[in-house]
Design a protein around this ligand. Structure first.
Ligand SMILES: [Zn+2]
Length: 478
């Protein structure tokens, strides 16, 4: 049977009316489908009928055909139509609503059944790329693939599109205005604070709601609704234009302010998780500048860089200065300005909580201990300096033995401090030296407390040979 793919009996699907073998829509569908190419005699017959008589095929038309062709039409007519139907699919991008009766629009005729339709669909043939504009009843009749969407849904979409188009003819670019209303706020080099920011967004909400009320395909309305909608949209646009002028003036006036919220800071805040982002925006939008209560949350690199000078103005008074910014941490490397120079690391958050009020509001003086207590020692060199200082303070009770290079390496690897108790000559191993030194420099641990800890009952005291054995084993097991 040539290219017929489906041979399943399908006699119920395309019932014959009266004395016709092929209805007008079936006749035209076949003529535009690839399946008919397999049956040149039928194609020639249909073309001749269409040109000279009528676009359908009757029993009388068939009676003059050779017996085998009559047999084919009798038994395979439905299969042929099914095969042809399967070649077609709806063009998702094409669907037009020509308006209800009485709106003056003309309804186009279905290219298959020749009846006028308000909703005009387009079907495409996957095999030969033919296109036909048709009504929904033919789509249903042939069971044409709609890509999973229902006909009512597609009609609603078309209705919505038509209404959007009606508005767009009078309010240019209305759809883009609705969708991207708030984007305008991003066009300023700095954050526009409230009330302008809030007022502008509110206008956008009203604009959208007015537009959607009209274009909602479920809402019923008459011709005057369009005029009302258009005049309301135009009124809102005029209002937004005035507001834009005010915002432009604000941006020009404040663009170079100190601590102003730059566009980079805004982008940085937008990348945060939604809760944090909202919290910060609410604060920033109050006056468009960064203030002490928010500064510790803002670790945008440009902002961190911009406040170094101001930080140093305060830190100088307590013999500290910013040496480097660490945007990864994010925090700062501080250096003591008194000798010996110790490098310290502190988070942006902790430094700003300690000095923010002084930097942003000039309110209070900064206590060195308030900063130092949040610092950690930044590197090995500074750690050695602090260790030497601590050892000196302990000198009357404990001393540092000189260790062989191997033992010194092990000590460093295990982050330990080896001390000799001067009175008993026993050796004590202090664990986690780095953290001990951090506590010492931050003022959380003084010599007295440290000594008391070393005298505690759980602190093990090694004889020299025990210590030798312990460290030798560690070297051996390395
Ligand atoms: Zn039709």
């Amino acid at each position: 049977m040539g290219g017929l793919k489906s041979v399943a009996s399908n006699k119920q699907k395309f019932p014959r009316k009266s004395n016709r073998i092929l209805q007008q829509n079936e006749f035209r569908l076949l003529l535009n489908s690839r399946a008919i190419e397999e049956f040149s005699w039928l194609k020639a017959l249909l073309q001749e009928k269409e040109n000279k008589e009528h676009p359908y095929l009757t029993k009388n038309d068939a009676m003059v055909l050779p017996v085998e062709h009559q047999h084919f039409l009798r038994n395979f007519r439905n299969d042929l139509i099914t095969t042809a139907s399967n070649e077609w699919t709806c063009d998702k991008g094409y669907l037009e609503d020509h308006g209800g009766r009485g709106t003056g629009g003309e309804w186009p005729y279905c290219k298959l059944c020749n009846t006028p339709n308000r909703y005009e669909f387009c079907i495409v043939n996957r095999e030969n790329e033919n296109r036909l504009n048709v009504g929904s009843s033919c789509i249903l009749h042939f069971g044409i693939d709609t890509g999973g969407r229902s006909i009512p849904q597609m009609k609603r979409d078309a209705k919505k599109l038509r209404r959007e188009h009606e508005v767009d003819l009078q309010v240019r670019d209305v759809k883009r205005l609705v969708t991207h209303w708030d984007n305008h706020l991003n066009s300023y080099p700095i954050l526009i604070p409230d009330p302008h920011d809030g007022d502008y967004r509110e206008l956008g909400k009203q604009f959208r709601s007015c537009f959607e009320k009209y274009t909602d395909p479920k809402s019923k309305h008459n011709a005057t609704d369009l005029n009302q909608t258009v005049s309301e949209l135009k009124r809102l646009l005029q209002e937004s234009k005035e507001l834009k002028e005010k915002m432009a003036v604000y941006a020009n006036t404040h663009e170079n302010d100190q601590f102003v919220v730059t566009r980079d800071i805004v982008k940085w805040v937008q990348r945060l998780d939604i809760r944090e982002s909202r919290l910060i925006f609410n604060s920033l939008k109050k006056d468009g500048h960064i203030i002490a209560p928010t500064a510790h949350r803002i670790t945008e690199p440009g902002f961190m860089q911009s406040i170094v000078q101001k930080l140093n103005d305060q830190l100088r008074n307590i013999s500290l200065q910013v040496q480097n910014i660490d945007t990864d941490q994010p925090g700062y490397i501080l250096a003591t300005t008194d000798k010996p120079v110790i490098a310290l690391v502190i988070s942006h958050r902790n430094l700003l909580l300690a000095v923010g009020a002084a930097v942003f509001d000039n309110k209070q003086s900064v206590e060195r201990s308030e900063v130092i207590k949040h610092c950690k020692i930044a590197n090995d060199r500074s750690r050695d300096i602090v260790r030497a200082k601590f050892a000196k303070a302990l000198a009357d009770r404990f001393s540092e033995p000189s260790l062989s290079d191997d033992f010194e390496n092990i000590r460093e690897e295990f982050n330990e401090w080896v001390l000799i108790d001067n009175s008993s000559q026993r050796i004590i191993i202090v664990e986690d030296l780095a953290s001990v030194l951090d506590q010492y420099i931050a003022g959380d641990l003084d010599e007295e407390q440290f000594v008391r800890n070393l005298h505690g009952p759980r602190v093990r005291r090694y004889k020299r040979d025990e210590f030798q054995e312990l460290y030798s084993n560690r070297i051996h097991n390395r």
